[in-house]
Design a protein around this ligand. Structure first.
Ligand code: IPD
Length: 287
């Protein structure tokens, strides 16, 4: 690529710090919140203000790179052109409720593949970042960077797995029955006299779920129905940490396709990851 990817990562970090400051400064008493499709699908004036700042800053330095953001997209599809992909606040419900697990997620995507990703948690002051081919890192609130994964990638057995599921912001539609069926199976299947998997979490931010899997803090993550801005940065971070994204149905798949079902699985040997995905498919049964 003709772009200085490390420079773009540093620019993302600078911009994310500014966006994070806007989120911390937002007063919940005056911050207006609107519903988009339903009461689980929210946008605040801070989402819009942060996205406007991000778009303006990026366009100043890179006027020729396209911009694809959650709050400004008009239904256009991602193309093969270099594109900045922005979710100004991933975990808007958390943000609205004052629950601190929300993030600003910034990615550069080329040929629909993320090559730079930064996911920052403004309420904590830490962030995850990756550049394709250069590894993934966690930077703590003191500014110290550690290479991901933080936990050694041992083979994963489902009955020791801590995983995450997200409900997304759709509460109907063709995926709904399938999604709830997979949730029930993940949460209630039995094995070896106990639960099939050790326990579950729902962090409220798909971008952060990807990072937690990348770090090895979660073993896998399941969701259906996300958009490119939810996953682009986290996907880059996960892959650079050795993790994979796999379809929740066997077959070819692209995480950037809207509305599809997927698992993000933490880093280990590729054959171990394939085995984990096969175990998950087997648990879900024929569909
Ligand atoms: C949402 C969060 C949530 C996921 C949804 C996303 P938003 O993003 O990532 O965890 O379940 O699918 O839309 O709307 O807060 O930016």
């Amino acid at each position: 690529t003709i772009y200085d990817l490390l420079g773009i990562k540093d620019l993302f970090v600078t911009i994310a710090h500014t966006g994070g400051g806007m989120m911390r400064a937002a007063d919940p008493c005056v911050n207006s919140t609107d519903q988009k499709n339903n009461s689980s699908d929210l946008v605040t004036e801070t989402d819009k203000a942060v996205e406007a700042m991000v778009q303006c800053r990026l366009a100043t330095t890179y006027p020729n790179i396209l911009f694809f953001g959650e709050e400004t997209h008009g239904g256009q599809k991602l193309t093969d052109e270099p594109t900045f992909v922005c979710d100004p606040i991933d975990g808007t419900i958390n943000f609205v409720h004052g629950f601190p697990n929300y993030a600003i997620s910034l990615a550069l995507v080329i040929n629909k593949k993320p090559v730079v990703g930064v996911v920052m948690k403004p309420a904590y002051g830490d962030y995850y970042s990756a550049v394709k081919g250069q590894g993934a890192f966690y930077t703590n609130p003191m500014g110290k960077s550690l290479r991901l994964p933080l936990r050694a990638p041992a083979p994963l057995s489902l009955h020791k797995a801590l995983f995450s599921v997200e409900w997304g912001n759709q509460r109907s539609g063709p995926n709904w029955a399938l999604r709830t069926d997979i949730f029930v199976k993940l949460l209630t299947s039995q094995s070896e006299g106990g639960a099939m998997c050790r326990s579950d979490r729902s962090s409220g931010s798909a971008a952060l779920d990807f990072c937690y899997v990348a770090a090895g803090q979660l073993d896998f993550f399941f969701e259906a129905g996300v958009y490119a801005w939810d996953v682009a940065a986290g996907w880059c971070i996960l892959e650079e940490a050795g993790g994979i994204v796999a379809s929740a149905n066997p077959g070819d798949w692209d995480p950037m396709l809207e509305g599809r079902l997927y698992f993000a699985v933490r880093g280990a040997k590729k054959e171990d990851q394939r085995k984990t995905v096969e175990d998950l498919w087997a648990m879900m049964g024929e569909r």
